[in-house]
Design a protein around this ligand. Structure first.
Ligand code: BG6
Length: 507
């Protein structure tokens, strides 16, 4: 397989990349993920002209539906969640390729019907026998489903046809289960045909970390322990767990977000320059970061976790986690997690990476703040620099996508007084085109067979290796600390940084 990445190939850069003949089988069509992300993204891709004309979508679920019922479900999802405007002609062409196969995951007849449906679509719509199997289902069913795909010949491909499997996190709940899960997938699909979705890697602002670092000359010389004091990576949400109690309880913030999104962000911020922007070169550099990442020895003071109590969100009173529907009153699942990581390399020696995430926090924001050391000497009186803090480069992943540079500037006036000012880059001000949704980019990459933005199994394993001791440590400690909804997490999170003489940014 050749992997051409548009970040690298200038000839490819301006041409839209359009998927060749293919289709997708979606397992878990009744779930939130399918409705809110996958189905709208497929429509948006079709609307942008990036899907082949015969693209076909087969839904599989334990529902007594006909093709039209499935089409109606997709229609409603698209109307509610698609990014681009609804156009009848696009919809009509796309929905002609919709099929539904009812059945349980262990139902052989249903998988036989699925096989026939895939073959028929090939004849009718010219999918070329190329199929992506998207498992938007709990991982406990992965084994059964891929086993069925194998048994019924659905993973087999002839000639240059392709068959790929797409899996969503959680990729296991610890190192051991992640390995088991991988064995299950690897038993049926070769590693190049397994696409693990970490939707953060599909975000423009996340990909821009690499562009910013490696396409410019001004950041990289100071991107190291000589100049950087510490790095804060925050993914804060104002929402609670909503209707996801079944998924979230027992999983918690660390497994849900740190294991994947935040450690991937850390790897992109900390890695060395890859020799090329292809999957293998990126993997090599990310792996080095994850392999050299270590936890500090005292986990009680260098990590923090919390659970949201009642409070306020968006001006409204909201309930606490333990009062959410479907959550046991005794649940010890954390909804806030913070950890300290040291990347033990020459570049990052002594520079802590603080990672935090939480639900029901002050507001929705994801950012990476690279905080620089103070200038070694200030030739001003102390009072002149009282309001000067440390320089920082803040990559605003979302919302309000862009970057902010914080540095000291003279306050206009007769006295020499220096305080912080911000210099801003906003995507909206520099680019006219709205960014695609992460799922649009990633689904297109699956259909193109372009793997750089998908974490490889080794990365998943190393992330669990790092996180497992934290989760084990917390498991022994009973209840997480409570924090009021609408605040920035439990006091233990502030103490964690205060011990190092630092504070969290209030984004
Ligand atoms: C998902 C988590 O991966 O990311 C959710 O499972 C979280 O708990 C979501 O709400 C947030 O995604 P985004 O793109 O809105 O930051």
């Amino acid at each position: 397989m050749t992997h051409v990445n548009p970040l690298r190939d200038p000839q490819d850069r301006r041409l839209p990349r359009i998927a060749g003949p293919c289709g997708m089988v979606l397992f878990g069509v009744t779930g939130d993920l399918s409705r809110k992300k996958v189905m709208p993204a497929i429509y948006d891709l079709a609307n942008r002209g990036l899907l082949p004309p015969g693209f076909s979508l087969v839904g599989f679920a334990r529902r007594d539906w006909a093709d039209q019922d499935f089409a109606q479900i997709v229609h409603d999802a698209v109307k509610e969640h698609a990014r681009t405007p609804f156009r009848e002609e696009v919809w009509n062409q796309l929905s002609e390729g919709f099929r539904f196969v009812p059945g349980n995951f262990d139902d052989d007849d249903a998988f036989e019907q699925l096989r026939r449906t895939v073959e028929e679509l090939d004849q009718l719509r010219g999918t070329g026998g190329n199929m992506a199997f998207y498992l938007a289902i709990p991982p406990s069913f992965f084994g059964t489903v891929v086993g069925q795909l194998k048994k019924h010949g659905l993973a087999d491909r002839a000639g240059d046809q392709w068959r790929r499997v797409v899996v969503e996190k959680p990729f296991g709940h610890d190192l051991e289960s992640a390995r088991e899960l991988n064995d299950v997938l690897a038993d049926v699909f070769p590693s190049g045909s397994i696409f693990r979705i970490d939707h953060y890697l599909g975000k423009e602002t996340v990909q821009n970390i690499l562009a910013m670092r490696f396409a410019n000359n001004m950041f990289e010389p100071i991107w190291n322990a000589n100049y950087v004091d510490h790095v804060q990576i925050t993914m804060a949400e104002d929402i609670g767990i909503g209707g996801r109690a079944g998924y979230y309880d027992g999983i918690g913030a660390a497994r849900d977000v740190i294991q994947n999104h935040l450690l991937q962000l850390m790897a992109l911020v900390a890695m060395e320059e890859p020799i090329a922007f292809d999957a293998e070169s990126l993997r090599i550099e990310k792996l080095k970061v994850l392999a050299s990442a270590q936890l500090p020895p005292r986990l009680d003071t260098t990590t923090a976790r919390g659970q949201y109590a009642p409070g306020w969100a968006g001006g409204e009173k909201v309930t606490g986690f333990l009062d959410e529907e479907g959550i046991e009153k005794t649940s010890t699942t954390e909804t806030f997690a913070a950890i300290t990581v040291h990347v033990e390399t020459r570049r990052w020696a002594g520079v802590p990476f603080y990672l935090r995430t939480g639900k029901r926090l002050g507001r929705r924001v994801t950012e990476v703040a690279v905080v620089f050391k103070k200038a070694p000497h200030l030739p001003f009186s102390q009072t002149a620099t009282e309001d000067l803090t440390q320089n920082a480069l803040v990559i605003r992943v979302q919302p309000d996508e862009g970057m902010t540079m914080r540095f000291g500037s003279k306050v206009p006036g007769t006295a020499m007084e220096i305080r912080d000012v911000n210099m801003d880059f906003a995507y909206g001000g520099s680019f006219t085109e709205a960014s695609a949704e992460a799922y649009e980019r990633l689904i297109l990459d699956v259909l193109l067979g372009d793997p750089p933005l998908f974490p490889r199994h080794e990365e998943v394993e190393l992330s669990w290796r790092l996180l497992d001791p934290v989760i084990d440590h917390w498991a022994k400690k009973g209840r997480p600390d409570a924090y009021d909804s609408g605040t920035w997490g439990p006091p233990s999170a502030d103490k964690m940084l205060a011990r190092d003489g630092r504070t969290w940014r209030r984004p």
